[in-house]
Design a protein around this ligand. Sequence first.
Ligand code: NAD
Ligand code: DAU
Length: 349
Amino acid sequence: MNKKILITGGAGFIGSHVIRLFVNKYKDYKIYNLDALTYAGNLENLKDIEDSPNYTFIKGDITDENFIHSIFEEYEFENVIHLAAESHVDRSIKDPLAFVKTNVLGTMNLLNAFKLCWKDNFEGKRFYHISTDEVYGTLGETGLFTEKTSYDPNSPYSASKASSDHFVRAYGETYNLPYVISNCSNNYGPNQFPEKLIPLFINNIINNKPLPVYGDGNYTRDWLYVIDHAVAIDLIFHQGINTETYNIGGFNEWKNIDLVRLLCQQMDVKLGKEKGSSERLITFVKDRPGHDLRYAIDASKVNKKLGWKPSVTFEEGLSKTIDWYLENNDWLNSVTSGEYQSYYLKQYS
Ligand code: NAD
Ligand code: DAU
């Protein structure tokens, strides 16, 4: 088949798991990882596959229009799996424009370069846009997000992702650009930057620091182990239908406070601490503005059409995740030095 696939954001959390899966599984594909290596991107995440003959890293910024056009001219990528994004809601509240630049303009640059490169002759080509369930806004106590749920984003992050989804869809309608979109729930697992709930709290427990739970902690998220997301992306990339959307979720809803308590219990055991000691670090802090109450995905379409389902229970996935962070202390220390410290002070002081 010899597919040339551009994967953007491959040095980040989810992207690195997608790159590893594709590089190891599809030896006859050429996998190109385009990443600007922002604070969230780290080539250490890909150490084990960096010398693979079917893998090439390209350092570059998707907001740089000329650069993006030049690499499409040079490599003629037949397919794109687009993950590069600013991805943290709290940062989007402090600096919304950065999210518009990367998530909206960056996506536009990729769409335009893809379109220009193939001169509207898209036979055998595909643009796969990775998106989030946050575009649907918030649920009340009941109900699930389906592929038919209207977009209703509440944060600058989710508004920028919704906008990029709309542009991808519009390019499909207007120029017949072959696209597929998936909208996934909250991921967790190895290599996640410790600004997101689970790795932040693991790092704080290791360092005996307060666990800042926003508001009353009664917010609900649907958690999915990152490798299960990568497997779903593989299936959708190969078997998804153009112009369709697929919701991906863990069938796994947790209130934040219950999740944090489970995490504390697992950490106490793994660190050999007295039962209840990590829970004593829980501190209720000022709420996130515009905090969405509840996300929960109806993933029955991807389950029925493509046979996908999560492979691990939350307790197993969380335990594996904690083990990874405990075994990769150097990784954790290196990403939490420098810029992280000033981010942390601004966000939590
Ligand atoms: P991440 O923040 O860990 O990684 C983002 C990557 O994109 C980094 O490697 C970064 O260097 C790169 N990047 C950022 N700006 C760039 C730019 N201008 N040019 C090139 N590269 C740039 O993000 P993640 O959590 O791995 O999320 C990946 C994708 O999946 C995003 O599109 C996100 O919206 C989506 N998503 C994430 C989750 C989740 O729970 N993390 C859930 C659903 C969807
Ligand atoms: O739903 C998918 C989305 O999940 C992705 O699109 C985003 O990229 C990803 O960051 C994630 O967004 P959330 O805002 O849900 O994730 P976060 O880990 O930031 O927060 C999870 C919940 O925990 C949320 O209700 C806010 C709360 N929280 C978070 C942090 C960082 C706290 O209570 N305290 C914290 O310090």
